[in-house]
Design a protein around this ligand. Structure first.
Ligand code: 5GP
Ligand code: ZN
Length: 109
């Protein structure tokens, strides 16, 4: 499948990785919209939250967010997921923006 985030998950495209385990990987957004802007993704491909996410994967994503934030040394942060083109989703592999260091409107992410 021609999916840029699947390629990052497999190490086929380089990324600045923050956290990784068997289920999840997080890496800096290539085009940051805030001082801290990291993407947390499941390694398995899901288009977005409208697909059924198995509970172990959902749990791993939440753990991945926690571990990412710990590694970043950030205390206060936002988590945003754009679902669907109309909401600004450009990469159709489920991902969560972890954003810190600035107050922005979610619509601009
Ligand atoms: P979306 O708009 O789909 O919610 O967010 C996709 C995000 O992925 C954007 O913020 C964009 O900058 C980021 N992005 C797209 N391609 C790449 C890439 O190849 N590497 C990294 N690190 N980020 C990417
Ligand atoms: Zn994918």
């Amino acid at each position: 499948m021609d999916c840029v985030f699947c390629k990052i998950a497999k190490g086929e495209i380089p990324a600045k990785v923050v956290y990784e385990d068997d289920e999840v990987i997080s890496f800096y957004d290539i085009n940051p919209k805030a001082p801290v802007h990291v993407l947390v993704i499941p390694k398995r491909h899901f288009t977005n939250l409208m697909e059924e996410i198995p509970p172990p994967v959902a749990s791993a994503i939440l753990r991945g967010i926690r571990e990412t934030v710990k590694k970043l040394g950030v205390r206060d942060y936002r988590v945003i997921s754009n679902n669907g083109r109309g909401a600004g989703q450009e990469v159709f592999h489920l991902h969560f923006h972890v954003i810190a260091g600035i107050t922005i409107s979610p619509a601009t992410v």
